[in-house]
Design a protein around this ligand. Sequence first.
Ligand SMILES: [Zn+2]
Length: 253
Amino acid sequence: MNRIIALVLFLCIAGYEASFADNKVKSSKIFVLCFHTFHSANKGQYNFSPSVFSEQIQTIKKLGYHFLSMQDFIANKFDYPLNVMITIDDGNRTIDDIYTSILKKFNVPVTFFIYPNIIGKMNYALNFKELDWYKNDGVYFGGHGFYHEFVNQKLYDISVQRFKDEIYKAKDVLEKKLSMPIITYAYPFGVYSPITIEHLKLAGYKYAFTIEWGYIETPVDPQKFYKLPRYLVTTTSWKSIYDVLKKHAGEMN
Ligand SMILES: [Zn+2]
């Protein structure tokens, strides 16, 4: 009799676990967006004013997207079918104008892809002390070259040293200044060659982002670790990117 009770109990627990597993997200889509600057004034196609950026974030949220952190991406922690990952390239100081008032307000995690050559040197860029503050507040950091060159076969043929600086020196400097491992990379200008991927691997980077359109599907195919798609958001591309997000949100509902 006890055995029957035990068996029934076992089946109940097994059934519960199976139904729990069914409720888990089987596959997620991740759309990575790339932003640059947030001047209030019109500053060209890579710039969005804080109020427009705020609308974009709220629009994405309304479509039903979860804002995924790079930390969760790396940890393979995918709990939602539709995800957007926000990345900001270059380290412009107008990040200050949207960080607390928009990203923190709407609980949006963010990754900064930094090229150290301008950090603390150019008045339009943040300095390392400021980047360290962001790191301590939870911002994730990735490499983006050292001088922001075209990190391709052509650069390698011109100068192996210059090519290597964009990969190895960029990583060393960021790791020392921010006291964190740098394992993600965003190709400056989205440009890369097979030799770029070879050296990213040798340097210890685990993932690299392009600016080729598309979404990442989980489980992430290791063949695509160094060719991850990313949408470069510009004043002219935003409408089409919005349409893509809307289409996929529609498919889920
Ligand atoms: Zn850049």
